[in-house]
Design a protein around this ligand. Structure first.
Ligand code: ZN
Length: 344
């Protein structure tokens, strides 16, 4: 693998490759940008180039060192990420990193540290990193990866050379999916739903997201308000209480599945609102008739209210709300007065 496999980030990669080639790579990098656009892959490529015996201008990609960086098991690459069950990188992990980068490399001439996601560090952990950022050992490069760089202290940001990664264009994502054997029409739809993220596009492709979307749209876009139970079950299996479809997966997996369906529903409502204002369909062009049917059945105010309820549901899930409760609430908004007695 090399930088060429990272698609749609020409500017960021040009900066990194030229800095490596000229021997002018900063001792601390901040790769910033949305989720799933290639930041981590780029960070690993930089580490590979730095540690490769044939580098550091360019990694050979073929030697044992390159292979071990790729697998995250190189003794001179320190990968710092939240420990299992935790959401943030702890101050203890940062102290351990500082201790390790102060030692000599075990194998080659250089060391690299990958901190991902750096924005998961609380201010205390970030402060603990400051000294290493200020006076890094000569042979060490620190690579911070962050989705929201505003969560980093200004003192941390100012000590890093920032490289911005942008949302990937829909065209690039669609071509990538088609290249992996996805039918062109599905690829087009997913690329619009992915919001510029490869990770998101692949997530949607995996599992049965495409079929789930179909089922969801059939339910809400029919001429009648959807059945409360059917809709709640579609958004989160098990949401209607005594369902025959057992709720599968951990609470977190259920939340993620529900969140991705709610995002689809949100896009559908946003398109309906655009139809109402004459602005036209943006995301759901493949199901234009269903969008128009739903837009025709509901008023602008009703659509706006539903859009808000769904947006709130997505926010609640991001705060770890129970997926089934959120699904029930949304089903109630779509089918007012049709919630069965005794459902949770
Ligand atoms: Zn190599």
């Amino acid at each position: 693998m090399s930088f060429e496999v990272i698609l749609g980030q020409d500017e960021a990669l040009a900066r990194l490759t030229s800095a490596l080639a000229n021997g002018r790579l900063a001792h601390a990098l901040l790769l910033a940008g949305p989720e799933g656009v290639g930041k981590r892959m780029a960070a690993l490529e930089v580490a590979k180039a730095l540690l490769c015996p044939n580098g550091p201008a360019k990694a050979c990609g073929a030697c044992p060192s390159c292979h071990r960086v790729q697998r995250g098991i190189h003794p001179d690459l320190f990968v710092v990420e939240p420990e299992p069950g935790r959401t943030g990188i702890s101050i203890g992990q940062v102290r351990e990193l500082s201790r390790r980068v102060a030692q000599s490399p075990l194998e080659g001439r250089r060391k690299a540290a990958l901190i991902d996601p750096a924005d998961s560090m609380q201010p205390a952990a970030q402060n603990a990193l400051l000294k290493t950022l200020e006076e890094p050992p000569q042979d060490t490069t620190l690579i911070l990866v962050a989705r929201d760089s505003d969560l980093l202290l200004p003192t941390v940001r100012s000590r890093c050379r920032r490289v911005d990664f942008k949302p990937v264009s829909g065209r690039v994502i669609a071509d990538f999916l088609i290249g992996r054997g996805t039918p062109a029409d599905t690829a087009e739809v997913l690329s619009r739903m992915a919001g510029g993220s490869f990770a998101r596009a692949l997530q949607l492709l995996a599992g049965s997201r495409v079929e789930d979307r179909q089922r969801l749209i059939c339910l809400v876009a029919s001429q009648e308000p959807p059945d409360w139970k059917d809709l709640a079950e579609c958004i989160s299996p098990g949401a209607s209480g005594g369902s025959s479809r057992a709720a599968k997966g951990s609470p977190r997996e259920r939340r993620e599945g529900t969140a991705s369906l709610l995002e689809m529903l949100h896009m559908l409502l946003a398109d309906c609102l655009r139809v109402k204002t004459g602005a036209g369909i943006v995301a759901n062009f493949d199901i234009e008739n269903a969008v128009k049917a739903l837009a025709g059945r509901l008023t602008f105010d009703e659509l706006s209210k539903l859009e808000k309820v769904v947006a709130d549901g997505i926010i609640l899930l991001s705060f770890n709300a129970d997926a089934r409760l959120v699904a029930g609430r949304i089903a109630t908004a779509f089918s007012p007065g049709r919630r069965p007695v005794g459902s949770s």
